[in-house]
Each structure stands twice: as structure tokens, then as C-alpha cells.
Design a protein around this ligand. Sequence first.
Ligand code: 6R9
Length: 665
Amino acid sequence: MSSNESLANLLREERRFAPPAELAATANVTGDAYEKAAGDRLGFWAEQARRLDWAVEPTETLDWSNPPFAKWFADGRLNVAYNCVDRHVEAGRGDRVALHFEGEPGDSRSITYAELQEEVARAANALTELGVEAGDRVAIYLPMIPEAAVAMLACARIGAPHSVVFGGFSADALATRIQDADAKVVITADGGWRRGKPGALKPAVDEALTRPGTEGVRHVLVVRRTAQEVEWTEGRDLWWHEVTGRQSATHTAQPFPAEHPLFILYTSGTTGKPKGILHTSGGYLTQAAYTHHAVFDLKPESDVYWCTADIGWVTGHSYIVYGPLANGATQVMYEGTPDTPHQGRFWEIVQKYGVTILYTAPTAIRTFMKWGDEIPARYDLSSLRVLGSVGEPINPEAWVWYREKIGAGRTPVVDTWWQTETGSVMISPLPGVTETKPGSAQRALPGISATVVDDNGAEVPNGSGGYLVVTEPWPSMLRTIWGDEQRYLDTYWSRFARRATDADGGETRVPLYFAGDGAKKDEDGDIWLLGRVDDVMLVSGHNISTTEVESALVSHPKVAEAAVVGATDATTGQAICAFVILRGAAADEGDALVAELRDHVGRTLGPIAKPKRIMTVAELPKTRSGKIMRRLLRDVAENRALGDVTTLTDSTVMELIQAKLPSAP
Ligand code: 6R9
């Protein structure tokens, strides 16, 4: 945001939904958790750390003597993979299904905790045979198959930080990540199934490994998934099934210090090279496990949990692998796309496995809305009891649709705000406690301190907007940016600080974590996320949130999806430029529809928020985790060459959009 004025507070959403009585009566977490945690925050987290099995119990909770470099549970020792797998088997729950894998072509496989233990042990032994030692980095470039989870856990087991790279990323993106982390081994597959066809992965690895800076890679382990032909480099390339197949199915897990690095995960900012976000072991697993238990009300004996994220996204790390497995959950893992072989695939899977908790992204929900209510209506979705959303602000219309059409109007919807950097959920309703508001993530979880501040770092009053900050360190926070401490300080910790008294009674300044998101507090103090600060528009001196204008557009019955950007404008500084996808039935109705949509936004939010231009498009540019890439749309609206498109799901989308715009203003 570039002006001193805080974000305009435009959207009014009055709908409220109380938690269902039965859920509230048996909820894992009740309302008193907030007060308990507020009274003794560190005591609260020390108690949550006891969810884990420690080889050496920590006596120290937090060391924040050198902010923003935190150490959590630093004198404790544990093995993350032991906590996610072995301890459940040792407790007599080895027969419980850990993963119901559903391949896109329809193959399926259920893996118990006892089987998972053997697979992880074999993979850990295999990595050891290949010379991987604690501290060495391993790159994982796999489709959504069980081996992805096995590979991550095997790395964790031997203390080798993994760097998972989205299976959809190009050889370039893979090479950069291999170079930056100086990986020793790459675990990949011949390919994966996507939209009814085998997609290849191995060629991208082969190409990436021709680049300078990747010479550290000694071996490539290749999972056979599609049985397509692959090029083979003798000595370097090894079949996963051959190397793991000859290993012992037992492996003794060695404990590591709580601050031992667990993984690096790259986030691509708008500029510069991707940031390698570093997470460590004890604090990360504590918060991943606690939040999964609290936010989804997981009952491991009876729930069937399904997170539809890809393993290459942080959501797949924390809410497919580490949180759910630490909690002994039974979950579904699906390889493919929601429309293969038909648009009811997700609901067919929910029905088949009796999924009780579903965690997906707003982009998917809006797509399902566009495909039509009759599709989910064909399936028995009555097993569902909690619905989660993550990745972007969820438009109130999409939220209500999700609750009504997927949750039969009974299930709570939890809108979970967090980031790769935060490691786990930070702001979310609790399903048995919170009276929910469509479109709001509402309240920082117990033990988490987050608020909204103005340009000067002062907390804004209820009813105002500004920047989202986290004011106290949290267990699953990033520890640094891999190899770039200065960037860690500059990106997250240099914008806001608060005054505090140091041990000698002197005054010091403690940095606040700057999340990069705009947010507002409503009259009740609940938090509404308003989109990335870089995307906020400045129109005639007013800061306007992209999220609010998009939500207003999506609340029009003819609009399925919307993306808005601020484009440079001679008179107003920036002008609101909207790209909309119409719902199935509504064809392009030309100028009349554009006028109708502008009026609709004007009525919903006020005249200042009326888009100057509205373009109908067939698709929007998105990242592989479903986030709209507004900066590319801004490039289009301002008639510039496109910036970095390497993290785009489908690069042809931008060509289609540009073709609609022969002469941008
Ligand atoms: C988990 C994840 C982080 C950014 C974050 C914000 C957006 C995620 C959100 C949300 C509003 C939510 N975001 N969840 N915005 N409401 N419930 O998405 O991590 O890929 O690192 O993205 O995503 O802008 O700052 P990551």
C-alpha cells in the first residue's frame, strides 16, 4: 500500500453460522483454549509439544533472545518420522489405514501404518546406502503418489532435509531449486497421470541436471508409475523399487535436536529468485499436529480426512504428511485432477471412502460452482462434517455455496489463513466454537498472536484495515531463508516493530512479522484477509482491496470467477481493471453485461470500487496451488511484456487473454 490511508472497509457480510450442537459438544478444542493460551502462551505450547514422543523431553520452550531467530524446544530431541509412523504402530494401531491412495486412472491402494513403517524404513535404508547423511539435502520431484509421502518421511527419518518441487514445474524451476539447496539426490518418477494421460517427469530431471550448479546430485531415484520409456544415465539413475526392494524393512530411527532442519520449500515471490523457506523439526511438528487436531476436530479413530492439495505445496507438507500422520489420521490421497474422467470425481471419492473432513482451495470451490450444483448433488456426501478452505481469501458466495451444496447446510466451514513461512495454520475459526462469518478467517488460533496494523505499526481499531502482522514468535515459524539471512530479515522483519523493555529495564524494539497481506478487523475484532499488499489498488487516493471487488463480482449470479488489478491511469492514479469468467449459461453478453456488473459492484461496495474496465475471459492465470497471478494480469492491463511465468499452471492462458486485448489502454 502506498498511501497513509488504511484499506477502505467496503464489504458488508451479515450472514452468521453457529457451530452444530453435536460437534460443539464433543469438540477437541473448546472456547476456553483461547483464555488458557493467552494466560500462559509458552506453557500452552509446551503442553502441545507433549502431543509428540520425544527421545529427550524439552525443558526450554522458546529462546527469543536473538529475534527474529527463534529456537523452540531447543534442548529436546525427537525423530519426526518416528512420530508420524512408528509410534502409532507401537501403540497397537498398525492396522489402521494411513493412506487410501486413489490414482487418476482408477487404481487404488490402502496403506496401513504398519505398511507405511516398512516402506519408510526401506526408503531410509536406501538413502543411507546411496550415501545420504543427516544434513544432506534431497530434492523430491514426484506426482501425488504414496511414494511422495514415503520419500519425505524417509528423509525426515535420517535427518536429511527435503526440498519438494512441484511435479508440474519445468526443468528450469527444478534446476534453480536443486542448485540453491545443493541437493545430493533427486527422487522422481517416470511420470504421473494427469487428465487421462501419462505426463512425464524424468526428462525434466535429465535436463535440469545438465545445468551448471547441479553437479552435487549423485543419484536419481526413479519411481515407476506410468511405465513410459525413460532415458537412463548408468551409475546415476536407479529404480526406486530395485533399491528399496533390496533393503531391510526395519530401520532404527535416531533422534535429532528439535531445531534440526526438516525441509526447505521454495516460494516464488513476484520478483527475484525463489526463497527457500527453512523449517525445523520439533516446533514445526508441534504446531502442525496441534492445528490439525484443533482446526479440523480430527478424531483419528473415526474420521476419514482428505486434503486435496499437492504435496509440492506447503499445504501438502503440513496437512497431508506431517500434521495428519503425527495425529494418526486415516486419509485419502488423490493423484489427479477434479474433472478426470468426469466433473464429479471429487464427490465420487468422498462417497467411496466416506470422507468426513475435506480441505480444499477457493479456486476449486469456484470451479465446482461453475460446473453446476447438480454434479455434487448426484453423490452421497452425508459423511462430511467439517469443510476447510486455504490458499486465497474465499469469496463469501463461494463459502456459502461450499457449506450449502457440499456440506448440506450443516457443516462448519473453516477458512484457514497461513503461509509457507508460517508452517501451519495461524488464523481460523474453530469448528466447535466459532460462530462463522462467510469470507473471514476470523481469529488467531490459541497460542498465536496476530493483528492488523497501520503504516506506523500501530494496531488499528476495530472496523479498520491495514497490514496483517504476527506479534509473537510461533513454533512452526520459518527459521530463515536458506542461504540468505539478510533476505529473511529484510522480507519479513524490517517493516514493523514494537517497543519493549529489555532485561536491564532499557527500551528496545522487537520486530513484528510482516506477512505481506492486507487485512481488516471488523466491528467484533474478527480478521478479514484482503489480498497481497502488492496487489492492493490505489484509486483516487483510496486503497481498495482486490479481494473485496472480486467478491462483489462473484456475488453476481452470472460470474463464476473474477480477478481484479489496478492499472496505471492518468486521472485516478490507478483504475480498477477486472477479468471475469462467466458461469456456464451466461454467454458473453457484451456491453450490457459489463454495465450490469459495474453497477452491481457499485451497489455492493460503493461507486469508488466500480471497475473501469471489465473483460470476460475463459480462464485466469493461476499458480499450481490455485492462486490467481494478478501481476501477470497487471502486465496485460498496462500493456507490458509478461513477467516470470514459470510458476503458471498453464502458460497458454495468458496468450488467450492477450488475444482478447488488441489495444490495452
Ligand atoms: C497455505 C498457503 C500464502 C498466501 C498468504 C495469503 C494467501 C492463504 C488464505 C490466504 C486469505 C486464506 N492465503 N490462505 N488468504 N485467506 N485462508 O497458501 O501458503 O502458498 O505460501 O501462500 O496465500 O495471501 O500470504 P502459500
